[in-house]
Design a protein around this ligand. Structure first.
Ligand code: RTP
Ligand code: MG
Length: 141
């Protein structure tokens, strides 16, 4: 039922610029998820396009790529029971006002959909793909 999973997470440039890295990592640790990899980095255009390939062609695609390359991000791998859903629950819905509930990271700290602070893999397939994209040497389960 609650299988141990691995998921990829990102604190987007707005989270780093606003000094919310500590707060977000604290929420991850308080929930009980294990931080299994962690790295601050600048994202190239190529890596951003690879990460967001599923959104290519949508109207928000280019602004999203520009946003994600606008400053350093914090990336990592989380492990724990139902880690994929657990981290998405901590994030809250994509639209911080219409979807994210109070108590979630987006619900508590974000106002607009593009600058919604965090990313999490949305399925086991996405998690595998994203972990191998960002952490090619990471041992997948
Ligand atoms: P993410 O991939 O970043 O974890 O977010 P998500 O699954 O909740 O949302 P997704 O549909 O995958 O969208 C990816 C990111 O694109 C930006 N976005 N902007 N209409 C818009 O302006 C719009 N829609 C999406 C957000 O930054 C969203 O997190
Ligand atoms: Mg997504």
């Amino acid at each position: 039922m609650h299988m141990t999973e691995q998921t990829f997470f990102m604190i987007k440039p707005d989270g780093v610029k606003r000094g919310l890295v500590g707060e977000i990592l604290r929420r991850i640790e308080n929930k009980g998820l294990t931080i299994a990899a962690l790295e601050l980095r600048h994202v190239s255009e190529e890596l951003a396009e690879q990460h967001y390939a599923e959104h290519k062609g949508k109207d928000f695609y280019q602004p999203l790529v520009d946003f994600i390359t606008s400053g350093p991000v914090v990336t990592g791998v989380l492990e724990g029971p139902s880690a994929i859903a657990a981290w998405r629950q901590l994030c809250g819905g994509t639209d911080p006002i219409a979807k994210a509930t109070a108590g979630s990271i987006r619900g508590d700290y974000a106002l607009i959909t593009r600058e919604n602070l965090v990313h999490g893999s949305d399925s086991p397939e996405s998690a595998k793909r994203e972990i191998s994209t960002w952490f090619p040497d990471f041992p997948l389960d």
